[in-house]
Design a protein around this ligand. Structure first.
Ligand code: CP
Length: 320
């Protein structure tokens, strides 16, 4: 594998080089245009079979992967734990091996356990793409965040990016930290001490304790929701108190740079981590992130299936 190839799987950004991350972002650029066509379909992955294995709920990631696959003309199947033999006790590897026996090419997996994507990738021949594993990584989310920042600011290097909220439980935070640092951004995290991983500074990020300071410092805020489904104890006194101390509100944004970018991976909890008027306001690029998600996922699928950046435009020259 050369520095400008991705290898068999996409499991996280920690294991990618800056060159590989830039390769994915650059390859996503020409794929954006496919979604703007009247006929949103190119023959690039015709004949490939992809299984979307979602063992946790998802709206954006699952639908975005499915659109990306269908716009590339792949054949896709969606499997969730509900309604599959997982409910009868079948384990992850047996599920995947049975799918491989049906001659699939790729698996996109979301799973509540950290490390599940790598566990699977080590045991099957198909390409594996991590669509979020527990608290570990969510690489395609970070890639679409990076693409959106680069689109809006023309660069990543030198920008100050603060990730705000529930850092402890967030795979989005971890993938963003790896990706942003590798591409030369200054990275900070801001949130309650109870939701801040011990020793997070050792990754090379700054810790900001007050949201007001984060807003003044940052060129970009990436605001995370509280992952209540992963909390086993009382990490915060109440949602109301969290909003009072850490909510990104219209009033607090008065101290922001005029060109501050507000990102949020979704789903948004309006009135908790972010005011509705901020989520829908002029700083927000939240829906641009969603749009970019399809191009990023098309690029990842294309590169993992052996496609090359130089031939991406030619590979999608024709509508189907
Ligand atoms: N951003 C994200 O992962 O959203 P979903 O959980 O809806 O996929």
């Amino acid at each position: 594998m050369t520095a400008l190839e991705l290898g068999k799987d996409l499991l996280g950004l920690e294991s990618l080089t800056a060159q590989q991350i830039v390769l994915i972002l650059d390859t996503a650029e020409p794929f954006k245009e496919v979604s703007e066509r009247a006929i949103k379909k190119v023959p690039t992955l015709r004949g490939k079979t992809i299984v979307n294995l979602f063992f946790e709920v998802s709206t954006r990631t699952r639908i975005s992967f499915e659109f990306a696959e269908k716009r590339l003309s792949a054949d896709t199947v969606n499997v969730s734990s509900q309604g599959s033999a997982v409910q009868k006790g079948e384990n992850l590897v047996d599920t995947a091996r049975n799918l491989e026996a049906m001659r699939i090419d790729m698996v996109v997996i979301r799973h509540p356990s950290s490390g599940a994507a790598k566990f699977l990738a080590d045991r099957i021949d198909s390409n594996v793409i991590n669509a979020g594993d527990g608290k570990h990584e969510h690489p395609t989310q970070a890639l679409l965040d990076l693409l959106t920042i680069r689109d809006k600011r023309g660069r990543i290097e030198g920008l100050r990016v603060c990730i705000c909220g529930d850092i402890l439980h967030s795979r989005v935070a971890r993938s963003n930290i790896w990706g942003l640092l590798k591409l030369g951004a200054e990275v900070a995290v801001c949130g309650p001490r109870s939701l801040m991983p011990l020793g997070i500074e050792q990754l090379g990020v700054r810790v900001i304790s007050r949201i007001e300071e984060a807003i003044e410092w940052a060129d970009v805020l990436n605001i995370l929701r509280l992952q209540l489904e992963r909390m086993t104890g009382g990490f915060i006194p109440s949602l109301r108190e969290y909003n009072r101390v850490f909510g990104v509100t219209v009033k607090r944004l008065e101290q922001a740079r005029h060109d501050l970018l507000i990102l949020h991976p979704g789903p948004i909890n309006r009135g908790v981590e972010i005011d509705s008027a901020v989520a829908d306001g002029s700083h927000s690029v939240i829906l641009d992130q969603v749009t970019n998600g399809i191009a990023v996922r098309m690029a990842v699928l294309y590169l993992l299936s052996g496609g090359r950046r130089e031939t991406a435009e030619a590979a999608m020259g024709l509508n189907v």
